[in-house]
Design a protein around this ligand. Structure first.
Ligand code: ZN
Length: 250
């Protein structure tokens, strides 16, 4: 018990120092992405298996851009990979839309959209540009390996990426060299064809977050209103039923 208090005190005492020494979030994220890109590259058998990093695709249904960290094109299928560089303890499962990050020995909690849900959109966009029925799978890799409290077959630590690729694609027919080349060229064709740069995509995301915090629906621009439903209170778009955007009350 005493030990816990002492640890908490120490942690609070050093947290400004740790913050000052820690790399900025963008840089940290990029480091995580580089690490996973390296693992995926070493998994590939050239010349037909490949990794395409940093693909920005436009969702023609919603008009929103999505940034995909990596697409692995290998004999076992097409793997759409999202890298997360969260530290601390992360809790979540396939049944939850929002996951929780716990930091500073439980002092700080941060909720975020499930990366499995986020990556499902990416998988849909990749399926759409490939047109043909190729096997496409979604995989979320936690760069720091902190997945003990996550229940999802689509999430793994860096060291288990090859094993997870195997499990996800079990029993499915392998892609031929010609198919791999075809998929690669389709992805390259769409990679930046929308003229959206990574900076523009990030600016777009920041604007959506600003809208949300100022009570504006990020989907249609109408004000959000507090609603009370069967499962508790939430924010819903005032343009409902035309717009079905909702956001939980924190
Ligand atoms: Zn709306």
């Amino acid at each position: 018990m005493r030990r816990g208090i002492f640890r908490k005190l120490l942690s609070n005492l050093f947290s400004p120092v740790r913050k000052a020494l820690a790399p900025p979030p963008d840089e940290k994220g990029a480091r995580g992405e580089n690490k996973i890109a390296g693992i995926l590259r070493s998994y590939c058998k050239p010349p037909h298996e490949r990794v395409v990093n940093d693909v920005i695709l436009m969702d023609t249904q919603t008009g929103r851009s999505s940034q995909i960290d990596h697409i692995l094109i290998c004999a076992r299928g097409v793997f759409v990979i999202e890298t997360k560089n969260y530290s601390g303890m992360v809790c979540g499962s396939d049944r939850q839309r929002e996951w929780t990050q716990v930091l500073a020995y439980g002092n700080t909690k941060h909720r975020f959209l499930s990366p499995v849900v986020q990556n499902a959109t990416h998988v849909r966009l990749v399926r759409h540009i490939l047109q043909e029925k190729f096997p496409v799978y979604g995989l979320v890799v936690f760069a720091q390996g902190n997945i003990e409290h996550i229940q999802s077959a689509c999430v793994c630590a860096p060291y288990s990426v090859p094993e997870r690729i195997c499990t996800l694609s079990a029993g499915k027919a392998a892609l031929t060299a010609a198919e791999l080349d075809k998929i690669h060229s389709r992805i390259l064709l769409h990679k930046n064809s929308y003229g959206v740069t990574k900076q523009e995509h990030m600016a777009h995301i920041r604007k959506l977050q600003q809208d949300l915090s100022s009570g504006i629906c990020p989907r249609c621009g109408k004000p959000l209103a507090l609603r009370h439903g069967k499962y508790g209170s939430f924010y819903g778009c005032s343009a409902y039923p035309k717009c079905k955007f909702t956001k939980p009350v924190r």
